[in-house]
Write a new protein. Structure first.
Length: 326
């Protein structure tokens, strides 16, 4: 008898999560690979590889093989997934693996095929794809198979996926490649242009997490930022306030809010009425940005609900799909 092992994979731009059929998280690692430039040999994946970003010698490069939710480097993605799947299944490495993998709702057929092929190359024999907003809706327990409308907004690192789900399908959707990474990039560009200071993506993310916001909040303050002064090339430092960073983030945050409004505008009236009653649910790491739920609620005039574990919603949804598929 061939053993079958079911896993759900949230293949994200920033992080990859692997869970079992019961929804237990087996792997939670950054989607990063460290590679030897000359031999193209993978030296490290996940947390170990992320710690090398911006700190590697010339012979080693630490890269993110996914860009805006889609595969940018097929071989590296397959190698990374192979390592993660192996590490999550040491007790059953000879079992047949069936995987449900999440993809952004806006991906092309070619991009979907790339995810499926990379997962097979990583060792899975059966691969089924699920769109991220549907997975997130399943993960937070929305009644997606009932004749009622539910709105889910999944804001990750590379994409913001918005969907109105009903009767097991997506009735209205929009996917934009503006999410956590775009916020980080906006901070990097602002520091370069307005403060003549060059900072990396890890510093930009730190700024976003510590003093970033979409609305004013209690306890606002300032933060010392260190980087390289572009004028003389020497290390430099400046202080930025939470108000300044909020202003910097207003443009990409505004794009996310506009995408939500546009999705609501094309939603069928009956489903829109359900959404008014039930509210909007937001998931994903970027949903944790201070004041974002309040801003979305203010702009749409609809209640916005955050979930208990927004980072795990898509992974949890893949496990629900695994259970329903059998």
């Amino acid at each position: 008898m061939i053993l079958t092992r079911d896993i759900g994979i949230d293949l994200g731009t920033e992080n990859t999560l692997i869970c079992d059929k019961k929804g237990r998280i087996l792997i939670r690692e950054p989607s990063v690979v460290a590679v030897d430039v000359k031999s193209r040999r993978v030296l490290a994946t996940g947390k170990e590889a992320k710690s090398m970003i911006g700190r590697t010698p010339g012979s080693i490069v630490a890269v993110k093989p996914l860009n805006d939710g889609v595969i940018a480097d097929f071989d590296m993605t397959a190698d990374m997934l192979h390592d993660f799947i192996y590490r999550s299944s040491k007790s059953s490495v000879f079992a047949k693996t069936r995987a449900v993998v999440s993809v952004p709702s806006g991906v092309t057929e070619v991009e979907r095929r790339a995810v499926e092929d990379a997962t097979r190359s990583a060792g899975a024999q059966e691969v089924e794809l699920i769109e991220e907003p549907m997975a997130a809706a399943l993960g937070v327990g929305l009644p997606v198979f009932e004749a009622t409308g539910s709105m889910i907004v999944d804001i990750g690192g590379g994409t913001c996926d918005i969907a109105v789900v009903s009767l097991g399908g997506i009735a209205a959707r929009k996917s934009i490649r503006v999410a956590g990474n775009a916020l980080d990039e906006t901070i990097i560009n602002h520091m370069k242009k307005n403060h003549n200071l060059l900072i990396g993506s890890i510093t930009a993310e730190d700024i976003k997490l510590k003093i970033g916001s979409a609305c004013e909040y209690d306890g606002e303050g300032a933060m010392e930022i260190r980087g390289r002064n572009l004028a003389d090339g020497l290390p430099g430092k400046i202080e930025v306030t939470s108000a300044e960073i909020r202003e910097v983030l207003s443009e990409p945050v505004g794009e996310i809010v506009s995408a939500i409004r546009e999705t609501l505008e094309v939603t069928l009236p009956e489903l829109a009425a359900d959404i008014i009653d039930r509210g909007i649910y937001i998931t994903g790491g970027t949903s944790l940005l201070r004041g974002l739920p309040e801003l979305i609620s203010k702009e749409t005039k609809i209640a916005v609900h955050t979930t208990e574990n927004p980072l795990d919603a898509v992974a949890a949804g893949t496990s629900v799909k695994l259970r329903r598929s059998r």
